[in-house]
Design a protein around this ligand. Structure first.
Ligand SMILES: [Zn+2]
Length: 373
């Protein structure tokens, strides 16, 4: 995945907040709600409360969610597939900010937050929808509702969803289609359809998914996003981001260390809107300024700066070396070389011919050579 730097910050913050919130039950309070005397508004409030108290973090036939989405999606509450892992519903007190209705469709705007030493920490402001299904109010996801206001083009295996200001680029979509065909042929994979949501700014995608605010929002706008088995959310590259489709198509069909997956994805698909070469040049400059960084302990290193991470650039460089040596067949072996850290170091030794205690020297040399190509 190529989540932006701010996602990392958010994960850490979330972890901290979770630790602080273990003892809370998921309490629901209301801001000033217009028209609480309305019978339907009351029903929607009750529906939301029932859902929150029905263990929404567990997968079962939840009676408060609509049946169509339960049939369509395994994890039917799509907010549960967001960055909030393991779950959005971990006991954060919920404050309902507003309930708005439009011809029988209700929008519930809910703030998930906690208060530590008098300072409020807002995890997110999320929108839920409610409308009647066979006479009873049920909850609905924001994404399929908001998506109606976006454009949609199906091209090959991909359903593209994008904002109205964007003009669809058929050339880029064709490039994506060729990428999918080639990749699947070379890695013995069966292509499958997936949805690709893109916009100029990731916040537009978050808004589409139902988040008005999420912890980690802010910072310089740059390419980034995330993907799963059948959907990708990515900003800043239009139709032709290849990194996330790589993960989506490969899925769990190879048993690889995370650095193998990220490295091969970056070698073939670039990362965060830039090519592997771009990341190599940037990292080479950085490492020359920091001679004390020891690449023998590669897997203990994480972030180079807000634009690149070691697993992409070093992982990508190693994948490049292996591909140059043995093409796709060696890449396939490498991608099945096991998932532990030890497996990764062993695979480098086996396929690149460099022992762990020589990695620092070797990788610094190769970064310099590749930088000047
Ligand atoms: Zn990735």
């Amino acid at each position: 995945m190529t989540g932006r730097q701010r996602h990392t910050i958010y994960t850490l913050t979330l972890f901290f907040l979770c630790l602080c919130n273990k003892s809370f039950s998921q309490k629901i309070t209301y801001n000033y709600i217009v028209d609480t005397s309305n019978v339907d508004t009351k029903k929607v409030m009750k529906l939301f409360e029932n859902y929150i108290h029905s263990k929404p973090d567990s997968l079962y036939d939840n009676p408060y969610w609509n049946s169509d989405e339960k049939k369509t999606y395994k994890v039917f509450d799509l907010l549960e597939r967001s960055e909030f892992q393991p779950s959005l519903y971990m006991g954060f007190p919920i404050h309902v900010l507003s309930i708005k209705s439009n011809k029988g469709l209700y929008e519930i705007k809910a703030q998930f937050s906690s208060c530590n030493d008098g300072t409020p920490y807002i995890l997110c402001v999320a929108n839920f929808y409610a409308k009647k299904e066979q006479g009873e109010y049920k909850l609905y996801n924001a994404l399929p509702i908001n998506r109606q206001h976006w454009q949609h083009t199906k091209f090959g295996w991909v359903d593209y969803y994008y904002p109205t200001y964007h003009k669809f680029d058929t050339f880029k979509a064709q490039q994506m289609d060729s990428f999918i065909t080639e990749l699947c042929r070379n890695l013995d994979l069966k292509p499958h359809p997936f949805a690709f949501y893109f916009a100029d700014d990731f916040d537009e995608i978050q808004s589409l998914r139902g988040f008005d605010y999420w912890i980690g929002m802010g910072g310089e706008i740059k390419p980034g996003g995330k993907g799963g088995y059948n959907e990708i959310f990515y900003s800043g590259e239009g139709e032709s981001n290849f990194h996330e489709p790589f993960h989506t198509l490969v899925g769990s069909q190879y048993r690889a260390h995370q650095w193998v997956a990220e490295g091969v994805a970056t070698f073939f698909g670039g990362c965060r809107g830039q090519s592997l070469q771009w990341h190599i040049i940037r990292t080479n400059t950085y490492l020359k300024r920091n001679p004390d960084i020891n690449l023998n302990n590669l897997l203990s290193l994480t972030t180079v700066d807000e634009y690149t991470d070691y697993r992409y650039v070093i992982g990508g460089l190693i994948a490049k070396k292996i591909f140059e040596k043995g093409g796709w067949s060696l890449i396939k072996e490498f991608m099945n070389s096991g998932q532990s850290n030890e497996d990764y170091y062993k695979a480098i030794e086996k396929y690149v011919g460099v022992k762990r205690n020589n990695l620092n020297k070797y990788l610094r040399q190769q970064l310099e050579i590749e930088s000047t190509k």
